[in-house]
Ligand binder design. Structure first.
Ligand code: GLC
Length: 475
């Protein structure tokens, strides 16, 4: 097991917003060769879909967090039950009895995501609220419970249907699973009402209860790893559920962790991998053997990172479905994707399905536009590599393959396609010819010691111009 202590990276401001996790400063290369092989497969596909879906979509509020008795911007309760936490919790949990997403059609999602160029999916099997979007045997707080109207639908085991639909389109699949569970009394024991996101009792004082919670978590993960087909990623959220010894006190939100909450990751990961050899385990923010890739959230690192990483970002403003959420433009997403790939990362883009089981029409529209760009330019994305020597230059970002560099010019909104370009390239790299993807035109270029210059016929621009990809074939 090699350990790199990365002292030099220029990542990520320490966020005061405890909801955002900071990227790890330390990365451990997995010891299992099957995990390394899958990591390299995953690192080639670059673009995935994340979906946050649960009963909260009926209220159109933030996922789970309105239950959390912390006074933060994103935990505020609203609506008729807001004034009393206990009443609110009951009403929130009663959402189970009205959740009936009859338009649920995961094949439609999978097709739209595939056409956009996405190649893996991560789905919330259970968020912090503890509501299970799969048919767990460990709890009745689940979509397949008799209490939930959707339970009589043949597709009631929603997580299974999602994974199957995406797998059928060739996707890698990942289970988002929240380690904290604000429904089970073995995490928020009713004897001690919760004061914050953490376990509501001291696990050291009540070891039987904590052990029951560990068993519960283990069993749920085992269900997901055995009954849901081939699984590639176990994406574990809720980084405060971690051993005390792993806390990094330089990170503000980790200083607020009240108790040692060790759920025995070595045991869970070993079990999971007996069922799913090579499984990527992403124990977010807990550095070491079980954080197989690093997950900066709603942000892109400043530069190249020399280990596997993924930015998870929302297409709208919220992870959950919020009516009339403002979705990012396809241009913005294309710029994020190209920037991220140029820095050695993947983009995991989130869409929150609505209470009826559909996406907002704007989500489909964005994916379609992204797909048009990908249809022309995906050579610069899939299987492409990043190179720290090819760092961002203004509007230019770079990826590369064996015998070529993709110089990607990110056009701003309202910018007309320029005719003349100049781009620096490291000394010693000799360009043989220049092509503009999606355009058949011949491009003349001149190269001097540090840069190449060329002009294009703008009338022969590609049909989508959010970013122009120039393929520099090398001598
Ligand atoms: C943030 C949110 C959490 C969400 C996660 C996804 O941490 O608080 O609800 O699941 O982002 O990355």
């Amino acid at each position: 097991m090699k350990k790199y202590l990365l002292l030099f990276i220029t990542v990520l401001s320490i966020s005061l917003h405890a909801q955002e996790h900071n990227a790890s400063l330390e990365y451990t290369v997995p010891s299992d060769p099957l995990v390394r092989a899958k990591l390299s497969e995953w690192g080639k596909v670059k673009f995935g879909l994340l979906m946050h879906w649960g009963t909260y979509s009926q209220w159109g509020v933030v996922e789970s967090w309105s239950l959390c008795p912390e006074d933060e911007g994103w935990t505020q309760r609203r609506g008729p039950y807001a004034s009393d936490w206990f009443t609110y919790k009951t009403a929130y949990e009663n959402l189970q009895t009205t959740f009936n997403p009859v338009k649920f059609n995961p094949e439609r999602w999978a097709k739209a995501a595939k056409d956009a160029g996405m190649k893996y999916v991560v789905f919330t099997t259970k968020h912090h609220d503890g509501f299970n979007m799969f048919d767990t045997k460990q709890s009745d707080y689940k979509i397949t419970s008799k209490k939930s109207p959707f339970s009589s639908n043949p597709r009631a085991n929603v997580a299974k249907e999602v994974f199957n639909a995406f797998r059928n389109e060739g996707f890698m699949t990942g289970a988002y699973f929240s380690k904290p569970d604000w429904n089970t009394p073995d995490y928020w024991w009713k004897y001690f009402p919760p004061k914050d996101r953490n376990v509501s009792y001291d696990p050291k004082k009540y070891p039987d209860r904590w052990n029951a919670f560990k068993k519960f978590t283990y069993n749920q993960i085992e269900e997901l790893m055995t009954d849901y087909g081939k699984m590639d990623i176990l994406w574990l959220d809720g980084g405060w559920v971690r051993p005390f010894s792993s806390i990094d006190t330089s990170i503000e939100w980790q200083r607020t962790i009240t108790h040692n909450q060790d759920i025995d990751m070595p045991n869970i990961a070993a079990m999971a991998r007996t069922h799913q050899p090579g499984l990527l385990v992403v124990d977010r923010t807990v550095h070491g053997e079980y954080e197989n890739y690093v997950t900066p959230e709603q942000q892109v690192p400043a530069g190249y990172l020399p280990y596997p990483w993924e930015s998870c970002m929302t297409l709208g403003n919220s992870w959950s479905y919020v009516p009339n959420d403002q979705y990012k433009s396809s241009r913005k997403v294309i710029h994020l994707l190209t920037d991220i790939v140029s820095k050695n990362g993947n983009l995991l883009l989130n869409i929150g399905p609505g209470p009826d089981g559909e996406w907002d029409a704007n989500a489909y529209a964005r994916l379609e536009e992204i797909g048009k760009w990908m249809a022309i330019n995906s050579d610069a994305i899939y299987n492409a590599e990043a190179d720290p020597k090819l760092a961002r230059q203004g509007k230019w970002v770079f990826t590369k393959k064996d015998k070529c560099i993709y110089a990607i010019y990110q056009l701003a909104e309202n910018e007309v396609v320029p005719s003349n370009y100049s781009v620096s390239i490291p000394q010693g790299i000799m360009v043989k010819d220049v092509q503009l993807l999606g355009s058949a035109q011949k491009i003349k270029f001149a190269q001097d010691k540090n840069a190449i210059q060329f002009s294009i016929d703008v009338k022969k621009s590609p049909s989508t111009t959010e970013a122009l990809v120039f393929k520099l074939n090398l001598k």
